[in-house]
Design a protein around this ligand. Sequence first.
Ligand code: LLP
Length: 421
Amino acid sequence: MDHFLYRDGILHAEDVPLSQIAAAVGTPFYCYSTATFTRHFRLFDEALEGMPHLVCYAMKANSNQAILTLMANLGAGVDVVSGGEYARARAAGFEGDKIVFSGVGKTRDEMRTALAGGIRQFNLESEPEMRVLDQVARAMGVVAPVTVRVNPDVDAKTHEKIATGKSENKFGIPIAKAREVYAEIATLEGLRVVGIDVHIGSQLTDLEPYRLAYRKVAELTDVLRADGHAIERLDLGGGLGIPYERSNDAPPLPVEYGAMVREELGHLNAEIEIEPGRLIAGNSGVLVTEVIYLKEGEGRDFLIVDAAMNDLIRPSMYAAHHDIVSVVEPAAGADPATYDVVGPVCESGDTFAKQRVMAQSGPGDLIAFRSAGAYGAVMASEYNSRPLVPEVLVSGDQFAVIRPRPSFDEMINRDRVPEWL
Ligand code: LLP
């Protein structure tokens, strides 16, 4: 459930009409709902009730400082994958012991920053990385808490670009090799084992791949404990999918996911960490855009809108579906229309939807792409010199611009022209 509903014939974010925000900030813009973010975080927190746990929001999904502050205030932990994300997390008030550092290519600098600033754990992804972290930690006179991300070789049954748990993916250490790697860690003075990590992919719509992976993690926990390693935490990654199409079967709910975690891992008395991003952020945001033209083509009509692939790249990058709705509620019984919904960027890939059956629309109308709160603004670029679109956060009847739209001058003045030109 989210808090984007029609009221008095206008799509609202909580108590604010999206048309009011459009009038204030212009289009396109991202709009997020505080109540929806909060609700989604709590669903996970409650799903793991009874087990020691920490929900570490995967901030790559949406890393605006206002969203991070909201998450920190709710008591979340955070999963970061770069020095920049680490800096954002700290700036938003996350204490070091709530920050988990994931990613296959952590640099020495990033390791030093996190060790100096405080870190809950590093999720190690390779042996070379393990040895470098040991060196860095020892040089600083500290001991780095670590887990090893194991690759369980299960098929997450999701889009190939976001599946990460098969042996051909670049992620983690093959689970069959884990024992050997943990044995080496035990000999390294700069590292201290705290648990095991696994993440098999994103937008998972079935619990079975998770179950298979977690079963392997449970077996490994027993083996590693018997070998003498302190497996106190199990980081289970993120990836639970969201309903992008309201008309389709809904993916499993956090409460069902939590029950499965309890079944597979509850007996191990380990602290459970999870790293959800999309489920917390995805349906907490929409991208609102204005129709510029209705262009009648040969055999198809194009709805040309003022948002483009640079603002929301998921449809062009993953052929992702986003529901498209009118901000003004269509009259009951009104005939729908069929459009190709496209942006102004000079590429055919700048297509949000092909042959989409939706409410009739024309120039000046506002429409909203739903489920755009995750991997939307964070993946935007200024391609075609289109300034990043603003982000707005609603809470009840108030809204605030949480990232303003840069002016053309601000965009241009980031570049430097050498004097010798
Ligand atoms: N933990 C790790 C180690 C991850 O790599 C990811 C996502 C997550 C947690 C969070 O997964 P989530 O709960 O959000 O599914 N840009 C793509 C999604 C990429 C996901 C990358 N890793 C998209 O727009 O679909």
